[in-house]
Design a protein around this ligand. Structure first.
Ligand code: PGA
Length: 249
């Protein structure tokens, strides 16, 4: 079901003590909100985070997972390992995974399939690079990322998917897509899903914007009709900023 979501992707930041400190500050300051609030700490702190947040309104997500059930995949973690510590949500396809760890559309499709087979919720990330936008190719790129990563899914799987459009040129750069650029792409994403499936799936899926969202620009971006919230990186590491972004929704 389409809902408002603010998710914090902590990336490779915050050790265990810092994780606990940030979570307790968030718990103390979290306003009443209809938005779903999610945080994604690093693997080693997921179990603690899940325990600390278990009776709260903040959900925990993993930043990645492997597609296999178990086995000889040094350094990787499985869906079962996440579920066993009460983490049932996973970010898949973040641009940093694609760019620095060589994750391809095919691999991401396998990960999505594995997560869904385990009844997990997926936050699927995609977005174009600067050159692709400059050359006017951004719609094609986004369409092909969606098609290759997700369009093999049966219609009923879409209730477990949240989309995060994150133009790579806006991630961690301080440069944000304008609210109009975000709205334009989000509307295009719904149109693409309508063509591949139908309007009800396109209208029911939550589409987050990600890329340098901060307290000063969140409200304007979130006010756009096809933007259902944000995937927040840097600003999610500072409790007051993350709270301000939650308030903006
Ligand atoms: P940023 O990161 O907010 O620091 O740009 C967003 C993301 O990578 O999800």
């Amino acid at each position: 079901m389409r809902s408002k979501i603010v998710a914090g992707n902590w990336k490779m930041n915050k050790n265990l003590s810092e994780t606990k400190a940030l979570l307790s500050e968030l718990l103390e300051k979290l306003p009443k909100t209809e938005a779903k609030v999610i945080v994604a700490p690093t693997y080693v702190n997921l179990e603690s985070a899940a325990r600390i947040l278990q009776s709260s309104d903040i959900k925990v997500a993993a930043q990645n997972m492997h597609f296999a059930k178990s086995g000889a995949y040094t350094g990787e973690i499985s869906a079962d390992m996440l579920l066993n510590i009460n983490v049932d949500t996973v970010i898949i396809g973040h641009s940093e995974r694609r760019a620095y760890f060589g994750e391809t559309d095919d691999l991401l499709a396998k990960k999505v399939e594995a997560a869904l087979a385990n009844n997990m919720q997926v936050i699927f990330c995609f977005g174009e690079e600067l050159e692709e936008r400059k050359s006017g190719n951004h719609f094609n790129v986004v369409e092909s990322q969606l098609k290759n990563g997700l369009f093999n899914l049966p219609a009923e799987a879409w209730q477990h998917i949240v989309l995060a459009y994150e133009p790579v040129w806006a991630i961690g750069t301080g440069e944000t897509a304008s609210p109009e650029q975000a709205q334009e792409m989000h509307a295009f994403i719904r149109k693409t899903i309508t063509e591949a499936y139908d309007t009800s799936i396109a209208n029911e899926v939550s589409i987050l914007y990600g890329g340098s969202v901060k307290p000063s620009n969140a409200q304007e971006i979130f006010s756009k009709p096809d933007v259902d919230g944000g995937l927040i990186g840097g600003a999610a590491l500072v409790a007051d900023d993350f709270i301000a972004i939650i308030k903006a929704i």
